[in-house]
Design a protein around this ligand. Sequence first.
Ligand SMILES: CC(C)(COP(=O)(O)OP(=O)(O)OC[C@H]1O[C@@H](n2cnc3c(N)ncnc32)[C@H](O)[C@@H]1OP(=O)(O)O)[C@@H](O)C(=O)NCCC(=O)NCCSC(=O)C(=O)O
Length: 377
Amino acid sequence: MSDILPLEGLKVLDFSQFLAGPYCALKLADLGADVVKVERAGMGDLSRYLYLTDTKIAGESTIFHAINRNKRSVAVNLKSDDDKAALRALIAEADVVLQNFRPGVMERLGFGYEAVRAINPKIVYGTVTGYGSDGPWVDLPGQDLLAQARAGVMWLSGGANDGPTPMGLPVADVLAGAALAHGILALLFRRERHGIGGYVETSLIESLADLQFELLTTWFNDGGRTPKRSANNAAHAYLAAPYGVYETADGHIAIAMGKLDILAELTGLASEIATLDTFTQRDEIKAGLAERLQTQGNAAWMEAFVAADIWAAPIMNWQDLMDSGVLETLDMVQEISRGDVKMRTTKLPLRIDGIRPASSTAAPELGDANHILTQGW
Ligand SMILES: CC(C)(COP(=O)(O)OP(=O)(O)OC[C@H]1O[C@@H](n2cnc3c(N)ncnc32)[C@H](O)[C@@H]1OP(=O)(O)O)[C@@H](O)C(=O)NCCC(=O)NCCSC(=O)C(=O)O
């Protein structure tokens, strides 16, 4: 067992802002990399202010703090020659550069891949865009809600009586950031083996295509049978009954799988649904279950379902989740600080050699590492 974090010693110059790029950098930081966040002098990453929630940390958005823990910050003007020269010196010593501006911005600033590679040929350079670096949507603003709108995610999601439903979570940003981290790590491995740098790019739309890979594969191959937004695809557009969410006397229960005859027996529906076809008659099955599940509370149903190995779970809120003790047992929550700033947040969802890496500090104050602009890494 080693207490050396896998990316210890890796120098990452992170030009990214908002969420997708910073999420990628967070993954690298929590694996031990030294991530220096390049922010606008005077204002910083706009996510310090733009995501203002009811709760703030040190006067800034909790969301900024969640994404940018465990990083340092330099505050620069990317249009000033002096600051550009200082950044070129940092790039010369860096392992990774990443960015998520609109296509063309980094090239105009003189920090596109070719320019950076000319300074440091072995650099691993990562980019996130909204819709790719070419194609019909190249110039559009790349933002999570809008990408969910364009990718089919919102059209698909929701129940029969709902309108288009976003996921309520920044799935495009998080998945694009995770995909970029995965690409960067692959290029770092290639650099170790073959001594060459490389360029990796992803986008919000690609990450959402990937999120939907199972359903798109079904759709590509089913002769164009387009799912409608219905009670079925509130849970999954194509899966057989009983897959779905059901109201009970005191809450809701999700049921994923289970032998229909057993489920029918437990719910007193043996004569109604036990022999129905789980694909073609799934609406009937689900309607029967929906009616019957309302007759008892979650605890009674769950006891019966667990005993019979019906794959089911009660719908829990965050307090229920914390009260369950699962995250505590798995060591998924941490308290971190930076000076007077104290915050409680989640941890990296990986255990390495039995230990879950903790972040060493809360998010940086704007420009807290400006000394490296003159002194180097
Ligand atoms: C998020 C964006 C729509 C924001 O668009 P914009 O506000 O127009 O910002 P841009 O990235 O295009 O950059 C705007 C300009 O700022 C300038 N700029 C940037 N940083 C600096 C500093 N430090 N100094 C001086 N000037 C700067 C940069 O050169 C550009 O100028 P000019 O060169 O003069 O143009 C876009 O960046 C984007 O599509 N990104 C790709 C997808 C992505 O990752 N989106 C964020 C997901 S987060 C999200 O969805 C969510 O949180 O919700």
